[in-house]
Design a protein around this ligand. Structure first.
Ligand code: GDP
Length: 320
């Protein structure tokens, strides 16, 4: 039987990136015709390049997964680049999509868009209940503006789009550069290197108390493809996560155990903790995606990630 994806033309911005690559793989497996714009050919921060991309490669579905992003370090060091590149790219990609009559747009958002000072699991209805956490406001707000743009474009132009709010991703192909990486990749690299060199200590940032949620990148790609097919409400974003909170201390111990490192931890409390709690409520995700939830446990995901990192260390370390 032909699936609904067969022959569908899909453009995936960021399709060569950490997440986008897995989205492309799944779409191709389902039979879709996928186009991935390369940055050297289409600089998506300009409307001219977005238009050229969509006119040269017309698509039925656009997955906007391109983003300039990173962990708490990059948010401290590059707030302006995060702000400008993501805001302008998002605005132009959507504008070109409506001018070229794309049937549906899937925008990839972030849990950093949520109010940073709420307690408990973050529900879609809470998106506008307070300010973003100061540590991630520049990135978080640009993605939040995409959710606003989605609603405005539906109202005025009838453009169909959805906004998916992703929790923290990890896995093979992530950025393992200590200045850019998120916590999982940072810890994987630190512990694997410390185990190899038999270093007596490993430095971990902050107090270890913040709570985060981690989704394995391949699971997240599955959810995106499923949501592209099954979710249609432009007025309400959809959370994508595990709903499971893990403290940074628990994560650190899990990565340490999986790496086999036997030395000591040193907590550097001069480094920022960021938001104290960032965990999504995934009730609507399970309803809307017909009972789907991420199949990979944190333990299995960390084992796969460490195995991949060990086997691809030089390549992983060289990537920004
Ligand atoms: P966030 O989720 O946006 O806050 O970004 P990160 O993934 O970068 O950081 C999550 C938490 O992990 C913060 O509390 C960090 O202080 C903590 N953390 C501990 N060690 C590290 C590290 O080596 N790198 C990073 N990026 N975060 C670390």
């Amino acid at each position: 039987m032909r699936s609904s994806w067969t022959e569908k033309r899909v453009t995936v911005t960021g399709g060569n990136g950490f997440l986008g690559r897995h989205v492309v793989k799944r779409l191709e497996r389902l039979g879709a015709q996928v186009f991935v714009p390369r940055q050297r050919d289409y600089n998506l921060t300009t409307l001219e390049a977005c238009m050229r991309c969509m006119l040269e490669h017309p698509c039925d579905l656009l997955v906007h997964a391109a983003a300039y992003y990173g962990g708490i370090g990059i948010n401290v060091n590059e707030p302006a680049k995060l702000y400008y590149s993501n805001l302008v790219m998002g605005a132009n990609v959507m504008e070109a999509a409506r001018l070229t009559h794309v049937a549906k747009v899937v925008n990839i958002g972030t849990a950093c868009s949520y109010p940073g000072y709420l307690e408990g699991h973050l529900k879609e209805a809470d998106l506008w209940s307070g300010p973003c956490h100061a540590s991630v406001v520049n990135y978080g707000l640009t993605k939040k503006m995409l959710a606003v743009q989605s609603q405005a474009y539906l109202k005025q132009y009838g453009l169909k789009s959805i906004h998916l709010i992703l929790t923290n991703l990890y896995g093979p192909g992530d950025s393992y550069n200590p200045e850019r990486s998120h916590v999982v990749a940072a810890l994987v690299r630190k512990f694997v290197e410390a185990e190899m060199s038999k270093a007596p200590t490993v430095e971990v940032w902050g107090t270890g108390k913040p709570v985060r949620e981690f989704i394995y990148v391949e699971d997240c790609a599955d959810a995106i493809v499923l949501a592209a097919e099954k979710y249609d409400d432009a007025a309400m974003p959809l959370n994508i996560g595990t709903g499971i909170g893990t403290t940074i201390r628990e994560l650190t111990e899990a990565v340490q155990a999986a790496s086999g490192y036997k030395g000591k931890l040193v907590w550097n409390t001069d480094k920022p903790d960021g938001a104290m709690m960032k965990v999504l409520d995934v009730t609507r995700m399970k309803q809307q995606l017909e009972g789907w939830s991420p199949p990979t446990s944190l333990r299995d995901g960390l084992e796969k990630t460490i195995k991949w990192y060990r086997a691809n260390k030089a390549e992983a370390d060289a990537k920004w």
